[in-house]
Design a binder for this molecule. Structure first.
Ligand SMILES: Cc1cc2nc3c(=O)[nH]c(=O)nc-3n(C[C@H](O)[C@H](O)[C@H](O)COP(=O)(O)OP(=O)(O)OC[C@H]3O[C@@H](n4cnc5c(N)ncnc54)[C@H](O)[C@@H]3O)c2cc1C
Length: 527
C-alpha cells in the first residue's frame, strides 16, 4: 500500500484522473501503460480470457515488471468502482525510483512478487506450441523462463491436447515453435530475438556499435562491471544471450549476499542490479549471443548472432557457466517436462504434492530442495558424497532437515523411466528404484566459453585463464591485453554471487588502466 505522503509525491509527478465503472485502463497486448496509483475506488485485473486474478482498492497501485521493462501488457485492468487515480508516465516514474529508496523498494518488490504469481497462472503471457523434441522450442522455453515471462507450453504430440496439434498442422520443423503473443500476434519459428523485440523487451542494436567497454554476459559479474563502468563514465554495453540476471536470477533465495540478512531472491537481486546499471547509463542488449572475438586495429571486434557486431576498446568476458546434464540415456525426452535445471515458481506449482528428486550436493541443490518442499512436494535429495556437509553450507543443511527433505548419501542415478516425457521412476547405480515424478539436476557447471575458440587461453575444463596464469599484468586480464574475464567463467573463480560482482567491479579499474595506456579517440556514448 502507498502511504499518504507517497500518494502526494506521485500526484506532483503525474496527472490526477477519474474513470467510470467498466472503463478499461489497459488491456492485454497494449504496448504501454502508465503507473496507476489508486486514490479512491477499485480496479479488477483480468487475464486474456476475462478471468479475474485480483482486485486493487484505495492506496493500492497497478503494474508489474513490464511497467519498468516496457514489455507488452499481459493483463487487462477494468474499473469496478468509480475511480480517482494518479497516472504517472513510465518515463517520469523511473527517475523517482532511482531517487526514492522506500518507494523503489515497495514498487520493485511488489512488481517482482506479482510477476512470480503470474508465472503460476495458466493462460497468461506467451503461448509456445511445439514438441518437446524440438530444439528451437526448448530454446524458446528456456528464454521465457530466464526472462521471467509468464508462458504456457503446449506440446502438439500429446494426446491430451489435440487443439495444439491442429494449430501447428502442416508447419515444417523450421516454422516451429508457433509463438502466440499477448494480444493475438502469432510468430512461426521465430528467434528469441524476434520474440523479445515483439514483446518490447531489450534494445535493438545497430548493426555495428562502438563502445569503451563491452561486457559479454549479464549475470552478477557483468552487471557488477556495468554499474561501476557506467557510473565512472565509460560507454558500457552489456550483451546478454538469454535473459539478464544469469544463474543468480534463477536462485530461489540467496542467503549469503552481503547486506541482505534475511536473504533475497535471485530475481529481486538481479532486477535491482539491472535498474542500477541503467540508472548510471549502462546499455543492456538482449537476447544477443556473442559468437566470436577477434582483434581489429586498436579495438576488439565481438560478433553477435543475427549479424550484429560490437567494436570495443576493452572487453569483459562474463559468460558464466551452465549446469551439467545427467549422463543417462533418453534424458532429452524428459527435459523441460519432468526433468529441470532450475526450480522457479512454475516448477514449484507443477510439483506440489508430487514425489520429487533433487540431484546434487551443492548449495543450489539445497536451495531447490527447500523451495520445492516448502511448495508441498515430497522431496528426496540425492548426492554422491558420504556426508552432505562436505559440499553444502551448514545453514542449508539445517534448512533441508527443517523442511523434511529426505537425504540419500552416495546415490547416483543410472536410468530414468517413464513415457512421453513423464517421469515415473529412476534407478540408482545400486539397482534400487525410486518413484519420482519430477527430477531437478544441479550437477556442477561447465563454462560458457566454447564460442571463444582459441581467441583467449582456457584451462583444461574450458575456464578462462587470467593474471599470471595468462602471463598478463592485471589480475583479471586474459592472454589478450584489454580483454578481461570475471565471475564463474574465469579459471579459479569462487562461483559465488558476491565474488562475481566483486570481480566485475574490479575489472573497471583495469579497464581505466588499459584506456589510459592506449588513449585512442574515445568512443562516443551511443544510445
Ligand atoms: C540455482 C542457483 C542458486 C545459486 N545460489 C547461490 C547463492 O545462494 N549464493 C551465491 O553466492 N551463489 C549462488 N549461486 C551461484 C551464482 O549464481 C553464480 O556464482 C553467479 O551467478 C556467477 O555469476 P556470473 O556473472 O559469473 O555468471 P552467470 O550468472 O552464469 O551469468 C552469465 C551470463 O552470461 C550469458 N551468456 C553465456 N554465454 C553467452 C554468450 N555467448 N553471449 C552472451 N551472453 C552469454 C548467460 O546467458 C548468463 O546470463 C547459485 C547458482 C544457481 C544456478
Amino acid at each position: 500500500m502507498l502511504s499518504a505522503s507517497q500518494l502526494e509525491q506521485l500526484a506532483e509527478l503525474g496527472e490526477e484522473r477519474s474513470a467510470a465503472v467498466g472503463d478499461v485502463l489497459f488491456q492485454v497486448g497494449d504496448r504501454r501503460y502508465p503507473f496507476v496509483a489508486i486514490v479512491e475506488g477499485e480496479v479488477s485485473i483480468l487475464d486474456a480470457a476475462g478471468n479475474e486474478i485480483v482486485r486493487h482498492g484505495a492506496s493500492g497501485f497497478l503494474g508489474e515488471l513490464n511497467l519498468l521493462s516496457g514489455q507488452t501488457v499481459f493483463l487487462t485492468a477494468v474499473v469496478t468502482q468509480p475511480l480517482r487515480y494518479i497516472a504517472v508516465d513510465r518515463d517520469s516514474l523511473r527517475p523517482l525510483l532511482f531517487e526514492d529508496g522506500p518507494l523503489s523498494d515497495l514498487l520493485l518488490s511488489t512488481f517482482i512478487a506479482r510477476r512470480e504469481a503470474l508465472q503460476q497462472v495458466q493462460g497468461v503471457g506467451l503461448e509456445v506450441i511445439g514438441p518437446h523434441s524440438s530444439a528451437p522450442t526448448a530454446r524458446m522455453i528456456d528464454f521465457a523462463r530466464r526472462n521471467l515471462l509468464p508462458f504456457t507450453w503446449r506440446d502438439p504430440t500429446r494426446a491430451d491436447d489435440p487443439a495444439a496439434a491442429a494449430l501447428v498442422a502442416g508447419l515444417d520443423a523450421a516454422r516451429l515453435p508457433l509463438v502466440r503473443l499477448p494480444g493475438g500476434v502469432e510468430l512461426r519459428g521465430p528467434s528469441t530475438g524476434q520474440v523479445s523485440r515483439a514483446l518490447g523487451i531489450g534494445r535493438e542494436l545497430a548493426p555495428r556499435e562502438e563502445v569503451d567497454l563491452v561486457v559479454i554476459g549479464g549475470g552478477p559479474a557483468g552487471l557488477g562491471a556495468a554499474v561501476y563502468g557506467a557510473s565512472e563514465g565509460l560507454a558500457t554495453l552489456v550483451v546478454e544471450g538469454t535473459g539478464l540476471g544469469g544463474q543468480a536470477g534463477s536462485s530461489r533465495r540467496i542467503e549469503n549476499y552481503l547486506g541482505f540478512p534475511a536473504g533475497i531472491t535471485g530475481s529481486e537481486l538481479t532486477s535491482r542490479a539491472v535498474s542500477q546499471a541503467r540508472k548510471f547509463g549502462a546499455r543492456t542488449a538482449t537476447p544477443y549471443r556473442a559468437v566470436s572475438l577477434e582483434p581489429e586495429g586498436d579495438r576488439y571486434l565481438v560478433r553477435l548472432e543475427e549479424n550484429h557486431e560490437v567494436a570495443a576498446r576493452t572487453v569483459l568476458l562474463a559468460t558464466g557457466a551452465e549446469y551439467r546434464r545427467l549422463p543417462v540415456d533418453g534424458l532429452s525426452d524428459f527435459e523441460g517436462i519432468s526433468v529441470f535445471y532450475a526450480a522457479g515458481p512454475p516448477e514449484a506449482q507443477l510439483c506440489g504434492a508430487s514425489r520429487v528428486g533433487v540431484v546434487g550436493g551443492g548449495n543450489s541443490a539445497g536451495q531447490a530442495a527447500v523451495w520445492l518442499a516448502r511448495g508441498g512436494a515430497l522431496v528426496t535429495l540425492l548426492h554422491r558424497r558420504a556426508d552432505l556437509r562436505e559440499t553444502m553450507s551448514d545453514y542449508l543443511v539445517r534448512e533441508v532437515e527443517r523442511y523434511g527433505v529426505s537425504v540419500r548419501d552416495q546415490s547416483e542415478i543410472a536410468a530414468l523411466h517413464g513415457e512421453a516425457g513423464r517421469l515415473d521412476a529412476v534407478t540408482l547405480k545400486t539397482g534400487e528404484r525410486l518413484p519420482f515424478s519430477f527430477l531437478f539436476c544441479f550437477l556442477g557447471a561447465l563454462p560458457c566459453t566454447e564460442w571463444l575458440g582459441d581467441a583467449v587461453a582456457r584451462d583444461e575444463k574450458g575456464f578462462i585463464l587470467t593474471g599470471s596464469r595468462a602471463n598478463a599484468d592485471a589480475l583479471l586480464e586474459t592472454t589478450l591485453p584489454g580483454v578481461f574475464a570475471a565471475g564463474d567463467a574465469r579459471s579459479g573463480s569462487t562461483k559465488r554471487c558476491a565474488t562475481a560482482v566483486g570481480e566485475g567491479a574490479m575489472t573497471v579499474q583495469f579497464v581505466h588502466g588499459r584506456l589510459a595506456e592506449a588513449p585512442a579517440a574515445r568512443a562516443a556514448p551511443a544510445g
